[in-house]
Design a protein around this ligand. Structure first.
Ligand SMILES: Nc1ncnc2c1ncn2[C@@H]1O[C@H](COP(=O)(O)OP(=O)(O)OP(=O)(O)O)[C@@H](O)[C@H]1O
Ligand SMILES: [Mg+2]
Length: 334
């Protein structure tokens, strides 16, 4: 869908939401970790909407100092501050009839949060130094990697603005929660680089390693890695061509030797510290489970009987988990 790659159930669900929401002018709040594709989704919403012939304008609220951001968004009149040598049309007016994408809305200052609230309530903007309001017809899409509910609880984000923005919430899952999308994404990014690469340049073994990695930088990190590999790897990519953090821990070579007590390499399971924004408990637990399963599978050459024994699980339980989590190696999924 509009350059968004992925057919995992969670992405399919997101597409259905996008299709429905695109037809409306409701404010949308996109939440997702860095690099999950929030901007791509905002663009898809615009392209699928009746507003697609007008502008899609993106403003990164985290990258611009407060005063500049204010005049960037709302415009200013000549002489309203030093350096305002002529009138300036703000992004809201520019986006009229179209869509304004406010990225990193969680970084917006309290003063601008008040102004934003007014715009969303009254659909009018007040340029800096102006005495009159200007009516605007703009669809607002905001995005953030922060948990705004936590920001509200800690008095860093206005609760009333949060509710105005959160009319339709869209959550973009991190890549580690949709690892079945990895083969398609890899193929897409290989094509995108345009580099001539061998068939099976990134083979099943590498894809399995990718599926077990956490991807803190999500799809962007995968995209950058694929590009780097096309430059650095000769022939087919080998595990040792991968950065150390993505490397699988050493396989247990003699896993079929029943006398040997297999040890799962726990160094693979270092926990992320609990950051001030808090964590998503269920996601963290699911990741930990994925890692254990993939590690057992990798160290037994994907022998499910042996892997189940390593984990002290019933084989059927393991098989069900592999299926449910989409952990099958590339090429064997339906
Ligand atoms: N599902 C996807 N299919 C194809 N490309 C994707 C997908 N998701 C992300 N990308 C690519 O990954 C990169 C990051 O995406 P994007 O900028 O939309 O993420 P973001 O969530 O806005 O990140 P940030 O929070 O860092 O701003 C882009 O190059 C984008 O094209
Ligand atoms: Mg972004």
């Amino acid at each position: 869908m509009y350059g968004i790659i992925g057919q995992s159930p969670r992405m399919e669900k997101l597409y259905r939401m996008i299709e429905k929401v695109a037809l409306t002018s409701s404010t949308v709040l996109i939440h997702g970790e860095s690099g999950t594709g929030k901007e791509l989704i905002a663009k898809a919403l615009h392209e699928l909407s009746p507003r697609h012939e007008k502008h899609f304008i993106a403003v990164n609220c985290g990258a611009i100092p407060e005063d500049l951001l204010e005049s960037e968004l709302f415009g200013h009149v000549r002489g309203s501050f030093t350096g305002a040598v002529q009138n300036r049309t703000g992004r809201f007016e520019h986006a009229s009839g179209g869509t304004l994408f406010l990225d990193e809305i969680g970084d917006m200052s309290p003063k601008l949060q008040v102004k934003m609230l007014r715009v969303l309530q009254e659909r009018k903007v007040e340029p800096v130094g102006a005495t009159k309001f200007i009516e605007v017809d703009v669809r607002v899409i905001a995005a953030t990697h922060k948990n705004l509910e936590v920001e509200v609880a800690q008095n860093r984000f206005r609760e009333d603005l949060f509710y105005r923005l959160n009319v339709v919430p869209l959550n973009v899952p991190p890549l580690r929660d949709r690892v079945s999308d990895i083969p398609m994404l890899v193929e897409h990014f290989l094509k995108k680089t345009g580099a001539p690469v061998a068939k099976d340049f990134i083979g099943g073994e590498i894809i399995d390693i990718f599926k077990g990695y956490q991807w803190p930088g999500n799809v962007r990190e995968l995209e950058n890695l694929v590009e780097r590999l096309t430059i650095l790897a000769d022939g087919k990519v080998k595990p040792e061509d991968l950065p150390a953090k993505i490397h699988p821990v050493d396989a247990i070579d003699n896993a079929d030797d029943d006398d040997m007590l297999p040890l799962l390499p726990m160094s693979n399971f270092v926990h992320n510290p609990i950051v001030t924004e808090g964590i998503d408990f269920n996601t963290e637990v699911a990741n930990f489970e994925n890692n254990l399963i993939l590690s057992a599978l990798n160290s037994t050459g994907w022998n499910k009987n042996k892997a189940a024994r390593l984990l002290n699980l019933n084989r059927t339980t393991l098989v069900e988990k592999i299926k449910k989590k989409g952990l099958e190696p590339a090429g064997t999924e339906s």
